[in-house]
Design a protein around this ligand. Structure first.
Ligand SMILES: Nc1ncnc2c1ncn2[C@@H]1O[C@H](COP(=O)(O)OP(=O)(O)OP(=O)(O)O)[C@@H](O)[C@H]1O
Length: 437
């Protein structure tokens, strides 16, 4: 037991070159999930790893894979699937950085980017493919598994954010991707997530493969029952629905948070766009990230936010999982998510790797039951924030904020914002037999 407690990356069995690469990234002592999973993955076991947001799950799967790969660094070795494009980009960057001294070849295969460029990358026989399932499935279907980087020789499949990948949304693409890989007994499968769901747990019951060591499961959460990092402060503010924007402006400009890097989560792309424009009029340095933006704009927004050119990012749940931006001090749930697990992922964009951070939720009358469900899930009560409470101050901000919002709405109407989505929706309804009227 104390052996594990005092473990180092060396004693866990990582290659020397990788120990050095980690050290160069200021990653010196393994975290709990890394201590638990790295040796087991090196032994050849499949693994389900559950640990809180920001606890180092990426290194927990990347490091043992890279160690094994470096023993014979030729051809296709591993595929990492993840639900969002930005997260795939981040993981690809990490693999590239860790493996640079070994001339690693990493192909990034995500939606919204050039299919031709990706096909060229894949023909160059990458060692690792980091992908979103939809785009990888597209390449498999259009070129056949042999032409795409020798997938049949892969030794590892990783499902990062496994609970999300195992939902119906990804079922068919995931099946196509997995179908192009070696069978379960001929590859190692690693699943990682901060929120283990029944669908993930169900995989524990799979029969043991002959000639293969049994599945290893590790879940940190079960140790202390609280599903969020201990350094994360969770608060709420009771907000009347019609003045939410004014409260948001007050919170972002209050003494405590006026210089903080913050992510604001909303439930709809329309809300994201209104808030981005409104805050921009109010001279807050703001960027946004949602699925209705072209990929180039999504990438630019994230770059601006990472570089602190924008200090506030307004996002839908495309940004709720995995994104690792250490400077984020504040997460605001402007809208409360319906699924408590989504709250865990959103809030986990702050208080990462032992840092502290605040998650503040805007609660309207309609949200009370959602908040109760979240508190039950995280096993922790939220406290009321004292940052925005003076109604006179809110009233003063209201005139300014209302004017900025009105200008934003007018501009959006002029630009026909959301028209593409409306047309899409109409087509969808028409295909289901609904008539326009
Ligand atoms: N052993 C370590 N010591 C210090 N920092 C670490 C260590 N391992 C990873 N980190 C850093 O911690 C941060 C969070 O790691 P990572 O993104 O892998 O978290 P995660 O568990 O995947 O979170 P999420 O559930 O939100 O995806 C990263 O910046 C990473 O570089």
């Amino acid at each position: 037991m104390s052996e594990i407690k005092n473990a180092t990356f060396k004693s866990l069995g990582l290659s020397r070159w990788l120990q050095e690469a980690l050290q160069a990234m200021k990653i010196n002592q393994p975290t709990a999930i890394q201590k638990a999973c790295i040796p087991e993955i090196l032994k050849g076991r499949d693994c389900i790893g559950g640990a809180k947001t920001g606890s180092g799950k990426t290194v927990a799967f990347a490091a043992p894979m890279l160690t094994k790969w470096s023993e014979d660094p030729s051809g296709m070795f591993g595929v990492v699937l993840t639900p969002t494009r930005e997260l795939a980009m981040q993981i690809a960057e990490q693999f590239t950085a860790l493996g640079s001294s070994m001339n690693i070849r990493v192909a990034l295969v995500v939606g919204g980017e050039s299919i031709v460029d990706q096909a060229i990358q894949l023909q160059k026989k990458p060692h690792f493919i980091i992908a979103t399932p939809g785009r990888l499935a597209h390449h498999i279907m259009s070129s056949g598994e042999d032409t795409i980087g020798g997938l049949k020789r892969a030794k590892f499949l990783v499902l990062d954010e496994a609970d999300s990948l195992l939902t119906d949304t990804f079922a068919s693409d995931l099946a196509t991707c997995i179908g192009a890989l070696p069978s379960k007994d001929k590859r190692q499968t690693l699943l990682f997530t901060a929120t283990i769901t029944d669908q993930v747990r169900a995989l524990e019951d799979a029969p043991i493969q002959e000639g293969k060591p049994p599945l290893f499961t590790y879940q940190v959460e079960s140790v202390d029952k609280v599903a969020i990092p201990s350094t994360l402060k969770t608060e709420y503010i009771l907000v009347p629905e019609h003045v939410k924007e004014a409260y948001l402006y007050q919170l972002l400009t209050c003494e405590t948070y006026k210089d903080s890097s913050a992510i604001i989560f909303v439930n709809r792309t329309m809300t994201a766009e209104i808030l981005r424009r409104t805050l921009y009029h109010l001279e807050v340095r703001v960027a946004s990230l949602h699925s209705q933006m072209p990929q180039q704009e999504r990438t630019n927004s994230l770059h601006r936010f990472r570089a602190n050119v924008a200090r506030v990012l307004i996002a839908t749940d495309v940004a709720s999982r995995g994104l690792d931006i250490p400077t984020v001090e504040l997460v605001i749930n402007y809208d409360i998510p319906a699924d408590p697990d989504t709250f865990i992922h959103r809030a986990g964009r702050t208080a990462r790797a032992g840092r502290s951070g605040d998650a503040i939720s805007f609660v309207t009358q309609r949200d009370v039951s959602r908040i109760e469900a979240i508190e039950k899930r995280i096993n922790k009560k939220m406290t009321e924030s004292d940052k925005v409470h003076d109604t006179a101050v809110i009233r003063k901000a209201l005139t300014k904020v209302t004017k900025a919002k009105r200008e934003s709405l007018m501009a959006m109407e002029k630009e026909n914002f959301g028209e593409r989505k409306r047309v899409q929706k109409r087509k969808e309804l028409a295909s289901k037999g609904f008539r326009r009227d």
